[in-house]
Design a protein around this ligand. Sequence first.
Ligand SMILES: C[N+](C)(C)CCCC[C@H](N)C(=O)O
Ligand SMILES: O=C(O)CCC(=O)C(=O)O
Length: 463
Amino acid sequence: MRPTCGVQCRTATSASALAEQEHREELSTGLPITSMDKNQVAVGWDMKTWSRFHHQWLRDHCRCSECFHPKTMQRLVNTFEMPPDIQPISISSTQQGLKVVWPSFATAADSDEGTMLNKRDQQVHEHESVYPWTWLRRNSYDPAMPMAEKNKKILWGSRIAQSPPTVEYEDVMKGDKGLLKWLTNIEKFGFSFVSGVPPTPEATEELTRKIAYIRETQYGRFWEFTSDLSKGDTAYTSIALGAHTDTTYFTDSCGLQLFHLLSHTGDSTEASAPSSLGGATLLVDGFYVASILRELHPEAYKILSSVRVSAHASGEKDTSGIYSTSETGFPILQHFPPLPSNPSNSDSSTLTQVRWNNDDRSVLSSLPPSVVPKFYDAIRTWHSLLSSPDSEYWVQLEPGTAVIVDNWRVLHGRSAFTGKRRMSGAFIGMDEFKAKARGLREREGEEASSKMDGEAGVWSVYC
Ligand SMILES: C[N+](C)(C)CCCC[C@H](N)C(=O)O
Ligand SMILES: O=C(O)CCC(=O)C(=O)O
């Protein structure tokens, strides 16, 4: 017997009579007004704001437990068994959301021979879907109704030093609330300190894993490094490193990077103040600097947003081989959707990633000759803004305070140093970071109004 969709099914005649009665009610209940024609359902959010949803879109997006697996959150309804011209038997506004009664058709659950209903039974069992209003509004595509971004980015310059975003280690380790605060800091500012971290590799790794599993690279998983050239990269020296993002030579650059200075002592045995030994950390908000570049040097902005730059890492070529993006290259400033050739201030392209490491930049071999001088002018302008006192935030890390950066937005660097310096940290993938933040947010119930569990199925804001 085919499982029903967990709600009462009705025969066609009673459904339309009931819908008529419900329609009269909805006008008096302040619920969104609904109507339909042969292709779409219209939802009136207020007298001026309407959304339209194609019937097949609605049926394909039913989230009841028969159409959408309640645990795996994967589609079960067979999109391709659904008649392209499917039409509701009835629609109505309810407190729970838009209710639609559909004619039945075979679904994935029915594809198994043993459960196929005979034709008569199929006609009796309509299928009822309920679409929560907030889910519908968030997923409106005609027109699109993007919800106000909850955690708008806060761009910053050197003055962030006055009150840098910080969370307590204890809070992060204690539970979801503290962890979400940390991740929200990263979403807003592109970085966050964590104070009170035991200055050990073990505690630092455990802290990192509160977000997600570590992204392993040619440098290992969780790393401790010092100036011993144990790996073929200048990070393993004591020279100064200008503001850069890491792994520009990966198609998918690492999303987050955590740093925790475990110790820094002079060459001789007496104690020495870390600051006298150098090794200060530099942070720069690449989105802040890009916003200035776009405003003051639009031509340079366009070049950094269009020229495809390749990068490489070949310091471990005997073991990990040669990483290179020379086949494709990526723009220094990546947008979604891609920046149009003649960007206007009003265009909807959003800067999504800064990919900049001048030390790892490979041979420029694909630029038209006429563009070469313009490219150098553009990166010189970019570099001058990145390295301006207004952009640079210098901080002397100390054991006990870790810092994590969004490696797609915030550039980091360091001053040269002497003495024995042990830095530790790890990379985390951008997808893993975002997935964790979404999961915490849903669990925190911040989207409670968009989520409904129970008979009508499981509704999540994101899927
Ligand atoms: C962090 N750790 C020292 C392990 C690796 C540093 C990698 C630095 C490399 N030039 C890049 O930009 O990716
Ligand atoms: O040693 C540091 O403080 C930073 C090193 C660095 O820039 C990197 O690992 O990418």
